[in-house]
Design a protein around this ligand. Structure first.
Ligand SMILES: NC(=O)c1ccc[n+]([C@@H]2O[C@H](COP(=O)([O-])OP(=O)(O)OC[C@H]3O[C@@H](n4cnc5c(N)ncnc54)[C@H](OP(=O)(O)O)[C@@H]3O)[C@@H](O)[C@H]2O)c1
Length: 287
């Protein structure tokens, strides 16, 4: 059984620790947070381990998870590399989606094998996260041998591991941000427009269409799922939409996404329609 230390058992760290413990393949040895009270609460949640007031109080371990906020990973890695119980050959990993394993440089120089494991999952509520984590895709990147070991950890906690190409992390994380955060911005814009049109139950109206569209896109691909005025080359309807945009931000977003939609629709459009739509949706039109 492998021993696992957690530095930063917050939203993500304590859930990964409990899932690892539940798998029966890992023993959580030590947990260190900024405050001893928070570390003690994490130990209680995990059901195993020792709350440590400082990095120097952590016991030796086979695996070290640095689940502190992204901005603190480099600093904590440097501090940890100075601790006597951190042994060469052990595995160190962080869980950032945007940053690479290179952030753990001080630990790599100390002889640890370093990688990152990013679950594409929101750890908003700890109990719920434990109950629903199974099937989560986990992106791995870093030293080859460390990735093999993290592949096992990911599977042991119910995840579906996959490898990211070197240098791919910023674009990978941008994809998740667009898919999740920007979807919410899009939902808010559609809601605002429906309300501007006098619709009282805006969310059920746009929600049903959004679900159907997403299902189509996932099933047959975004390009084949595209319908609507741009796909039909209907420039008058686009002009009517632009005339009722409730704010400069709504107009700018409509134009930018309209151009992206036009690029998808272009192969199926007549050259004249394509030209007229491109002019209607041109960046200068959002002034
Ligand atoms: N949350 C998510 O949904 C999610 C999803 C995927 C990936 N991630 C990644 O997971 C990592 C952690 O994010 P999180 O949301 O779990 O953060 P979080 O809830 O803010 O937890 C961070 C933890 O780090 C501890 N900490 C901060 N600085 C420390 C230091 N110098 N020494 C020891 N402990 C320290 C904090 O201690 P205190 O409790 O004492 O303040 C806290 O327990 C990040 O890399 C993030 O990108 C998060």
């Amino acid at each position: 059984m492998k021993t696992l230390n957690i530095v930063g058992a917050g939203r993500l760290g304590k859930v990964i620790a409990r899932l690892a413990r539940n798998s029966g393949r890992y023993r959580v040895a030590g947990i260190c947070n900024r405050s001893p009270e928070s570390a003690a609460a994490a130990v209680a949640f995990v059901g195993e381990g020792r709350a440590c007031a400082s990095l120097s109080a952590l016991p030796a371990a086979d695996m070290w998870l640095l689940a502190v906020p992204d901005a603190a990973i480099g600093r904590v890695a440097a501090e940890l590399a100075m601790q006597a119980r951190v042994a060469p050959g052990a595995l160190a990993f962080h869980a950032s989606g945007a940053c690479e394993a290179a952030l753990l440089g001080p630990l790599a120089r100390r002889g640890l094998r370093c990688a990152s494991l990013h679950p594409a999952f929101s750890f908003a509520d700890a109990e719920r996260a434990v109950a629903t984590f199974a099937g989560t895709r986990c992106a791995l990147e870093g030293e080859a041998d460390a990735c093999v070991e993290l592949e096992s950890l990911a599977r042991d906690i119910g995840g579906l591991p996959f490898r990211l190409a070197p240098g791919g992390k910023p674009a990978y994380h941008a994809a998740l941000c667009v898919a999740s955060n920007y979807l919410l911005a899009l939902t808010a814009l559609a809601q605002e427009l429906a309300c501007a049109g006098g619709v009282e139950q805006a969310l059920p109206l746009i929600g049903a269409l959004m679900r159907q569209t997403l299902e189509n896109a996932l099933e047959i691909g975004p390009q084949a799922a595209l319908t609507g005025p741009i796909a039909r080359g209907d420039v008058q309807t686009v002009a009517r939409h632009l005339a009722v945009m409730p704010s400069p931000m709504a107009r700018a977003t409509y134009l930018a996404l309209g151009r992206a939609t036009l690029e998808m629709a272009a192969p199926g459009l007549a050259p004249d329609d394509l030209e007229r739509l491109a002019a209607e949706l041109a960046p200068g039109a959002d002034a």
